[in-house]
Design a protein around this ligand. Structure first.
Ligand code: TXA
Ligand code: MG
Length: 341
């Protein structure tokens, strides 16, 4: 099959293709999603096979309004209204207990809950409305690879395997949405995956506590030894994290070992080391926002075979605010590995 690009005038064509069971990738403010009609189990099955994704990993149901969620959910957490008012459309996924049998079990991974998100992208919201059905949308990459932040990334991974791609340029945020569990109306909301919407922002809006999944806290503690179970967002080339104070030494060490090194960092670091390394992917500026936006594109860019790098060194950020989401993804791509003196 030839994968086509849908332009602004062809959104209805994309919507009809989706409705009838085809796979079409769509843009969001976080990363590109691999869309399929969430109500057609066969279409959803194809999403798993095209990505090479394990079938027990449930998908996010993308909607164009909160109203649409009510078709599937009737037991809402008391904080829902405030959260939706403040963060939708936006990079926040909400997990609710669903009405029994209201969504195919291939979508929920057989759970009694499902994840919902209203993405902040006009073309995609229009497409969902025109399709008249919710869309599943895992990140539109081959499973295990960095998520796609441009249509070209999607094309690279999925060309010939999906019907089309709705192109809307580079995504604004660059990492996947914050996922919060609201399935128990009596419990505090719990963050299962950090993203651009932070715990502090949520607490300010709710006026109450938000907890963080224990597994996240543990894996974001001091570096752990390499373990395959953490391998995600991973290019083929080995990735290593470098703390701000360690760059000189890290580059010196790599030079002594005669390694072909690539660097992903903001201008201050990138310019300080550029003549000592083989390749550089520079973030637009030194902020954590720019780093988060550029991380996956940098990992993909420096993983190109023709660069033949032995190692990619990446800038770290403090783990607060958006830095939590950035470091969560970076640690996975680096298999938790830091440069150590
Ligand atoms: O920003 C995003 O969220 C992107 C864009 C395309 O919307 N989508 C995305 O989807 O990242 P995916 O499939 O790569 O990640 C979905 C995450 C997974 O970690 C999955 O385990 C979790 O949401 N999830 C889905 N349903 C769940 C449920 N019922 N309970 C707990 N976790 C769930
Ligand atoms: Mg993903």
């Amino acid at each position: 099959m030839e994968t086509k690009y849908y332009n602004e005038e062809e959104l209805n064509e994309a919507a009809q293709a989706l409705k009838s069971g085809d796979l079409v990738a769509f843009p969001t403010e976080t990363v590109y999603g691999l869309g399929a009609n969430a109500l057609l189990p066969d279409a959803v099955k194809q999403v798993f096979s095209v990505k090479g994704r394990p079938q027990d990993n449930p998908l996010i149901v993308h909607v164009s309004s909160f109203e649409q969620v009510k078709t599937y959910v009737d037991n809402f957490h008391p904080a829902t209204a405030k959260i939706v008012e403040n963060f939708w459309p936006g990079p926040l996924t909400l997990i609710f207990e669903i009405k029994k049998g209201s969504l195919p079990s291939i979508v929920t991974g057989g759970l009694s809950t499902a994840a919902f998100r209203m993405p902040d992208n006009k073309k995609t919201l229009t497409t969902i409305e025109l399709a008249g059905v919710p869309l599943v949308g895992p990140s539109a990459n081959t499973s295990g690879k960095p998520s796609p932040t441009t249509a070209a990334h999607v094309f690279h991974d999925l060309q010939g395997k999906i019907t089309g791609i709705i192109d809307d340029g580079a995504t604004r945020i660059g990492v996947e949405s914050t996922v919060i569990d609201l399935s128990d109306p009596a419990a505090d909301p719990m963050i299962l995956r950090p993203g651009a919407v932070t715990k502090e922002q949520l607490e300010a809006v709710i006026g109450g506590n938000v907890t963080i999944d224990r597994h996240l806290v543990q894996s974001s503690e001091t570096p752990k030894s390499p373990g395959m179970k953490y391998k995600h967002y991973a290019p083929d080339t080995q990735v290593m994290m470098v703390r701000p104070e360690d760059w000189q030494e890290a580059v010196h060490w790599a030079k002594e070992k005669a390694l072909r090194v690539g660097v992903i960092a903001g201008p201050t670091i990138a310019e300080a080391v550029r003549f000592d390394v083989a390749a550089v992917y520079m973030y637009f500026n030194d902020s954590v926002e720019a780093a988060t936006k550029g991380l996956f594109a940098g990992l993909r860019g420096l993983d190109e075979e023709n660069l033949a790098l032995d190692l990619i060194l990446v800038e770290t950020f403090p783990e607060d605010g958006l830095g939590n989401a950035y470091m969560n993804r970076l640690k996975k791509s680096a298999n938790q590995k830091y440069f150590e003196k």
